[in-house]
Design a binder for this molecule. Structure first.
Ligand code: BGC
Length: 768
């Protein structure tokens, strides 16, 4: 039997302060952003960490639960699907002698909220009292199970610290704010089934609550679906423990039965009991940390930023759901309506590919499952193959709005849905990277090859031969969204060329290794040798903007003729550059919103001849206004690779501040998950200099002066490796924990890494 005190240990956060983010007191101005920072997620459920205990009514921010893939389209003229808000299952109302207890000055700082990143849980503590001086200490923990995605748990312990009185608690799942079409089909005590008006999807929720006062179970008063209440006489020292298990299921099709799924999940969780649920969840987190932890010695701030980033990255993906991907704010906020961008493939996938291949595969299968939407988009615009949606929801149809509020709050046209087409090559890039790192043949044969071929086919129809003998891609937007309807964006064209070449590689690979599969796939796609020949010719003749003389890529045709503005004159500004300069002047200038040629350099460094990488970085970095949270990470990665570790560390700190620094209100709409992915990229691809090759893995480290060491783990072709780079010792240690011996290149020198012995190498370069 659960004794009154057995919950105590769960409210004790990880002992190492570096594993927690904590906050004392309450500031209503910061409550929404705190809710985001203290969000929990398991890739299916995302719960914002606003405070759950309150006096009723709508407070500044309620906790809020988002369910991956539960989209609805509001009935508006321009219908943009968005994630539906679901019943807020965390709320609790408390009365002491019929009166809501409040914080009184004598109670000291009444509120503490702790994100325990190691355990994937939020712990809170509040001291409240009423006018007759009955005082309580309320502690709570809530989590979204990492091992059982349907299941969430809240534990509350209410301890009487002084005075006698009647305690009443009421727990409702709040249905406030469900304003975009979640309609009830069945509502019972502890069970609800809803359907989403626009999309026909269904949501089921099941819940079980129980309360023990001094170890004795107390029966609830039940007053309606999802409503429980208890009341009891309380005296000093008495401890009441409440557990709330909630399970959630999504049904996408008519034959799905989310109601049974939610009930089955609840029964499974009940069998485990809350302590079993907590134990399984903590074990799942421990295993994720084992695979993905990045440890920095010598820089506690960088260490905390990395932990925060990895906490959100590990909580954002769900290897069991191939119908969803990760939105620009993951499941932590409403900005961008839960839409998926290139952020996932370029900023997040490398982390999953190299630390959690199962999650990476599910994310890529989402792109495979939305391939028809991409084909339809290409066909609708008169091209062949697959053009992925710039903003994607559940079907793969384009969901980018055609108008939005600009940074100066004026309505502007948004052309990205039509013109920002590099997304197709970005998806192909991630498919190839996954294939390289995993050699997952089943994925490549059954899904990846088709994505590569259909995206290459798109580019080969999109790039048109012209009188100058070159193929051109006109009328696009590159990653730098300040410039629209441009021709031959270097990022787009070089990525497109690379996409076509990898598709030709995969065609040859299929033909050689799995001829039957090639036969069936190529005949289904109507893909013959003549078309492959045309692809080859496009790849050979596509304009790239590279000046062989200077080694500079021109970001797009005519870029170098635009006004060159010295951004040093605008240092210290508090608004984006396009607001300072105005949209028109920005568009007529060389000011870049975010890494564009620099992003190309980060992704495809081999496309930059000799030392031209540095030249391009030196040209473009000073012209970048970093108008997107994605930008600095790419700059940091490239700066680290080029050996400018001071500049790289500045970028690293600036990206870390986006979600962790209190001066940034931008976090209210959700964490910037691409920036968080970028933190991992800067550490592993930047400072450690990791690179993937066709038959080996390589590192070429350059650590910042303050970092004594950098350690991380990597999964590579069914192997697990741990790498430790010691800056002060100039040494690198690599351990192969599982798998066959492999080639590992350190600072250009090849080694064989095997389980038989740890590789310990003194690095030649003093830069580390
Ligand atoms: C950036 C895009 C990004 C999107 C979602 C925009 O501001 O310019 O590159 O994909 O935000 O994060």
């Amino acid at each position: 039997m659960t004794s009154a005190r057995t919950m105590d240990h769960v409210f004790t956060p990880s002992a190492d302060p570096n594993w927690v983010i904590s906050e004392a007191g309450y500031d209503c101005l910061l409550e929404i952003s705190r809710g985001v920072r203290f969000a929990i997620s398991n890739g299916f459920l995302g719960v914002r960490g606003a405070r759950a205990i309150h006096r009723g009514g709508r407070w500044v921010a309620t906790s809020r639960t988002l369910v991956a893939g539960l989209f609805d389209t509001a009935d508006e003229e321009e219908a943009i699907p968005g994630l539906v808000a679901t019943p807020d299952w965390l709320q609790i109302h408390i009365l002491l002698d019929g009166e809501p207890p409040v914080h009184r000055p004598g109670d000291g700082k009444s509120q503490r909220r702790i994100l325990d990143m190691h355990r994937g849980a939020v712990i809170t503590e509040r001291r409240l009292s009423n006018a007759s001086d009955v005082g309580v200490l309320i502690r709570s923990l809530h989590l979204a199970c990492l091992n059982q995605h349907a299941t969430a748990l809240q534990l509350i312990q209410l301890e009487n610290t002084r005075g006698e009185g009647e305690v009443q608690i009421a727990l409702n799942a709040s249905f406030e704010g469900l304003d975009i079409g979640l309609l009830p089909d069945r509502m019972e005590q502890g069970f609800g089934l809803w359907h989403v008006l626009g999309s026909g999807k269904r949501l089921a929720m099941a819940a079980e609550l129980s309360l023990r006062v001094d170890g004795q179970k107390v029966s609830p008063m039940i007053s309606g679906p999802f409503k429980w209440a208890w009341s009891w006489k309380s005296k000093p020292g008495q401890v009441a423990c409440l557990e709330r298990l909630v399970t959630v299921a999504r049904g996408d099709t008519d034959d799905a039965d989310p109601g049974s799924d939610a009930r089955d999940a609840l029964a499974a969780a009940q069998r485990l009991g809350w302590s079993g649920v907590v134990a399984a969840h903590e074990a799942a987190w421990a295993s994720r940390w084992d695979c993905s932890a990045v440890e920095v010695e010598g820089d506690p701030a960088a260490q905390q930023a990395l932990r925060f980033a990895l906490y959100h990255l590990n909580g954002a993906a769900n290897p069991d759901d191939e119908r969803v991907s990760i939105a620009a704010r993951a499941l932590t906020g409403d900005d961008y309506h839960g839409h998926v961008f290139w952020d996932t493939e370029i900023y997040l996938l490398p982390f999953y590919i190299l630390t959690w291949p199962e999650a990476a595969r599910a994310l890529l299968m989402y792109r495979f499952n939305t391939l028809d939407g991409a084909r339809a988009k290409a066909a609708g615009l008169g091209w062949r193959g697959a053009l992925y949606a710039w903003e994607s929801a559940d079907t793969g149809a384009e969901t980018c709005p055609s108008r939005a509020l600009g940074p100066d709050r004026k309505v502007i046209d948004v052309n990205c849905g039509l013109q920002e087409q590099h997304i197709s090559a970005d998806v192909a890039y991630a498919v190839w990277q996954y294939w390289q790192a995993t050699c997952d043949e089943v994925f490549l044969r059954d899904a990846g090859a088709e994505i590569l071929l259909e995206t290459a086919r798109f580019w080969s129809s999109r790039a048109q031969p012209e009188a100058d003998g070159q193929c051109h891609i006109r009328g696009v937007i590159g990653p730098d969204e300040y410039h629209e309807s441009i021709d031959d964006n270097a990022f787009t064209n070089v990525m497109a060329r690379w996409n076509i070449r990898r598709a030709l590689d995969v065609a040859a690979l299929l033909l050689a290794r799995w001829p039957e599969r090639w036969e069936s796939l190529s005949s289904r796609l109507g893909l013959g040798n003549a078309e492959l020949e045309q692809w080859r010719s496009v790849a050979e003749t596509i304009a790239t903007g590279l000046d062989p003389g200077t080694g500079l890529f021109e970001q797009f045709a005519g870029f170098f003729t635009l006004e060159d503005i010295d951004l040093a004159n605008y240092a210290g500004r508090s608004v984006p550059l396009d607001v300072v300069l105005g949209r028109e002047r920005t568009q007529a200038s060389q000011v870049v919103k975010q890494a564009d040629v620099v992003a190309l350099l980060a992704l495809l460094p081999d496309e930059f001849p000799r030392d031209s990488g540095e030249k391009n970085f030196d040209y473009y970095a000073p012209r970048c206004g970093h108008g997107s949270s994605l930008s600095r990470a790419m700059h940091g990665l490239v700066a680290a690779r080029l050996g400018d570790t001071d500049a790289a560390l500045d970028f690293f700190r600036e990206v870390s501040a986006i979600d962790l620094d209190d001066s940034q209100a931008a976090v209210e709409g959700g964490v910037h998950i691409a920036g968080l992915g970028g933190i991992w990229l800067m550490a592993v691809f930047g400072f450690a200099g990791l690179s993937l090759h066709s038959d080996y893995l390589a590192v070429d480290p350059r650590l910042p002066a303050t970092w004594r060491s950098l350690s991380f783990g990597v999964q590579w072709r069914s192997r697990s490796l741990k790498i430790r780079i010691g800056r002060t010792t100039g040494s690198l240690e690599a351990t192969l924990e599982t798998g066959e011996p492999m080639k590992f290149v350190i600072c250009g020198e090849p080694f064989t890494l095997s389980r038989a012995e740890k590789l310990s190498v003194r690095m030649k370069s003093n830069d580390t």
